[in-house]
Design a protein around this ligand. Sequence first.
Ligand code: KG4
Ligand code: ZN
Length: 336
Amino acid sequence: MRVLGIETSCDDTGIAIYDSKKGLLINEVYNQRNLHNMYGGVVPELASREHMTAMIFLLKKIFKNKSIAECIDIIAYTAGPGLVGSLLVGATFACSLGLSLNKPVLPVHHMEAHLLSPMLNFKSIKFPFIALLVSGKHTQIIGAYKFGKYEILGNCLDDAAGEAFDKTAKLLGLKYPGGAELSKLACNGIEDYCYFPRPMIHHPSLNFSFSGLKTFAAQKINKCNQSIQEKANIARAFENAVIDVLLIKTKKALKKQKWKRLVIAGGVSANHNLREKSKKMVKKYFNGTVFYSSPEFCTDNGAMIAYLGFLRHKEAKKPQLEILVKPKWSINDLFF
Ligand code: KG4
Ligand code: ZN
């Protein structure tokens, strides 16, 4: 069975085909970074318009002269959470393709797709596990009991980890989205040159609050001599603070659930230091294992949607006229 996955939740247009026997066949992502960079962040109206153009471009590139109907069996698309205009473009494409090709269509949850995306690399990940989902819009600690049964144990109260990275990167003069660039800059920073606060680490909940860090970073940047070295020192201190907070809360969650497996997923899970430090923490305190995917599956992509579509294919409905999107869909509440 072959599943076409369509991802348009934010500013990446992703299309992929997952084959139940051969695995991932195609994974194409059109990145809108250049368009949004000039505004310093995603402009929702522009993102949805760009998805329309990118979707046609990618479909033509993937299928060329081939018959789409012969290449795929079902279509899965991101129904939420995400930007409503962007989601509507993907959903409308998916449902229209389903109708015209007479193929079943399946709406799937973007964060569940992130959560399971390391399985594209490691099929053998066993439930239950703790998932740390760290993306541009979400920072969540999830108890993953079994496929389809998840519980949010901790959530972000304001800026998500990726958002904090992006906003601080902007203050440092880096391009949007600045997470990866900030991390590169931090590599040259002097350890312990300055110290950032660790918000909410003593709070009994597993929730996060990162919005104060960008204000703290703004003050540090204003006061520094604006040299690359000082900026790198600030970037390093910022990155250390975010990672410390993420791992302190994740450690509490593993302890609470008495589990040994940790999955980290979402754009920020591409961060090298987060990966290394989480491996050490899980080994040292739990003698456990950390799973994360290769970088192309960390940020938004169609492969994770196609893979989740394959896992859920039995729920796929016949070609449907009803176009469903849920911009604020919670992973606690998976079914429509
Ligand atoms: O999962 P994703 O592609 O989009 C959402 O679903 O939100 O995550 C994008 C986020 C951006 O904030 C980006 O700056 C961040 O992931 N990111 C990183 C790194 N690579 C991407 N943050 C820190 N370090 C990285 N290496
Ligand atoms: Zn995402």
